[in-house]
Design a protein around this ligand. Sequence first.
Ligand code: CTP
Length: 404
Amino acid sequence: MVLGVSGGIAAYKALDLCRRLGDLGAIVSPVLTPDALRFVGALSFSALAAQPALTSMWDGPVSPHTTLGQGADLVIVAPATARTIAAYTHGLADDVLINTLLATRAPVVVCPAMHTEMWEHPSTQDNLEVLRGRGVTVVDPGVGYLASGDQGAGRLADTAAIVVAAESILGSVRDMTGLRVLVTAGGTREAIDPVRFIGNRSSGKQGFAFVDECAGRGAVVTVVTTVNRPVPAGVTVVTVESAAQMEATVADHCGAAHIIVMAAAVADFRPVHAAAAKIKKDPSTTDAPTITLERTPDILAGLGAAKPVGQILIGFAAETGDVAHYAQDKLARKGADMIVANDVSLPGRGFDTETNEVIIFTSSGGVHHVELSDKRAVARAVINLALAAIGTDIERTVARRHGG
Ligand code: CTP
């Protein structure tokens, strides 16, 4: 794990963070910017981390920044100054820390700390929005004493909150303990006869990424699915085939759920009648049979219409253009709290891919872009928003841990 420290007064708090991360068993490699060295000494970090602190691109072996970045399982930047955030956002690799950040594919946690005016400045906020969109976790600063006797927003988040964020990403935090999550996954199959069906290209991968993410964070998860996939221990799997079966099963489980993730690609139309026996070709004619279709129940809209207070309902919009318009329409029409929208006509986004790029529209007017990332990262971004909405965000987890 890399702990990046940039030049702000909160750099002294990074020493405590370094110790706490070490206590958890992390092998911490400190990376200090030249400005951080104006506030704290490299020797202190080297002593606490039991790893030499890296302070320059030009000391020691060639390419230490790429070696560190490539080998890291997580990079935490605490404190992250406005300059470091801007340089990271724009790829300005002018110090050892930004080089390390650009050389890593590991998850990154950025913990801003700066004066209130700088924190609230649109350029800082815009940069952080871009980073969030790239899957970076931002642990927002708190309110309190800043440098030079100032007070306000911009104080480095508590060490405990940063540790929780790190643990969450490394999979050891269970901040969804006590929450029940219902996920639907895969495409429904609408029978034409016993051997044929109307289906779609959904693989269920995005839905199961939600199952893994929520179960990994301690939630009690039920997945109603049309596809078979391995799930973490403790997850309840109910296999269904058609939209009607999915609707009935969801109805059985929805009341108890704190969060419902309607990731399934539910067929919009089904044959009015499914033949009881295989439909045979009629040898006396070259005509093909006509299949009359009817609408299926809209499960998401049904859930939205009867949503208990406090339940978070998440729908999806797989579109082939005009994504924002259709997503906003579904948000309103189906009574969802969030619509996760993507353009499935673009490569690497949507059906049967390992990756996705989405825009999350919330009923409170929020629009959050998640850049092309693996489906687990998309699930994490959506769940983080859901948790913030129901008030079990990281700060509250910390409070719970400390008896608050
Ligand atoms: N959905 C549902 N029941 C249906 C159809 C869709 O619950 N019969 C849910 C999906 O699980 C998804 C959301 O509604 O979360 C949007 O699905 P989509 O197929 O994109 O929307 P439609 O309602 O089918 O709208 P349109 O045909 O206009 O695209």
